[in-house]
Write a protein that binds this ligand. Structure first.
Ligand SMILES: N[C@@H](CCC(=O)N[C@@H](CS)C(=O)NCC(=O)O)C(=O)O
Length: 240
């Protein structure tokens, strides 16, 4: 059984999609990052970088529990464990790895920074705001170009690379990304939305989010953007 210790952000959702696609036994264990659950000593054993998602496989390699952090590595692990959504053919497999790492190294960090400077920064700062918004729109162009040449992001099959990118691109309309300007991306996005496992994720994610929001009611929340406070929390939780 796979325990997914997480929050349904894009990084959490990509693993939820994979688990739903695989149809294996799994459960969501809420890690309420607004309440600071990611800084508990127990959670830090699963994810030393105090980030979601993390998984525990109760039947890991060689038997027994195995824990993992980093969503891209988790997707790769689940694909190898089950033999699904990562082609055996060497060229296709390396193509998928390139695009999975492209998501982890570019789409996630750049979209994340754009979201931060658009919505959460203490002051309005034109330089980083423009930089990350421009980067985000450039990355949609990279995706559209890729999807002109390839049916799916990684290769000609649906793979973990598609699952990794999809939840990050749900806000494409707000960026003006549409059929007229990004027809290949939109064709792919609609194909993603037609998949039953993706539909189940898209239904489950807001439900889990609501449950977790309710759990914060009346409780003191932490600021995820106060990096000094976050560093102190980590140091406090891990001091010898
Ligand atoms: N590279 C990591 C990024 C994970 C990440 O940034 N998670 C965020 C939510 S999407 C988080 O846990 N934030 C909590 C915090 O900043 O303390 C992955 O893909 O797993």
């Amino acid at each position: 059984m796979i325990e997914l210790h997480s929050t349904p952000t894009p990084n959490g959702q990509k693993v939820m999609i994979m688990l739903e696609e695989l149809g294996i036994e799994w459960k969501h264990i809420d890690v309420n990052i607004r309440l600071g659950d990611q800084f508990t000593p127990e959670y830090l054993k699963l994810s030393p970088n105090n980030r979601i998602p993390a998984i525990v496989d109760t039947d890991g390699p060689g038997g027994g529990r195995y824990t993992m952090m980093e969503s891209g590595a988790i997707l790769f692990y689940l694909a190898e464990k089950t033999g699904k959504f990562l082609p055996k053919d060497a060229r296709k497999r390396y193509d998928v790895m390139q695009w999975l790492i492209f998501q982890m190294a570019h789409v996630g960090p750049m979209f994340g920074q754009a979201n931060h400077f658009n919505n959460y920064a203490k002051e309005r700062l034109p330089y980083p705001t423009e930089r990350y918004n421009n980067e985000s729109i450039r990355l949609y162009r990279v995706l559209d170009n890729r999807l002109r040449d390839s049916a799916w992001i990684g290769c000609d099959e649906y793979t973990i690379a598609d699952m990794a990118v999809y939840p990050w691109t749900k806000m494409h309309k707000e960026r003006g990304v549409d059929k007229a300007g990004y027809p290949n991306f939109m064709r792919w996005y609609e194909a993603m939305q037609a998949r039953p496992a993706v539909q189940r994720n898209d239904k489950m994610a807001p439900e889990i989010r609501e449950r977790m929001n309710k759990a914060t009611e009346g409780k003191e929340t932490i600021s995820l953007y106060d990096t000094k406070d976050n560093a102190a929390r980590l140091a406090g939780a891990t001091k010898n």
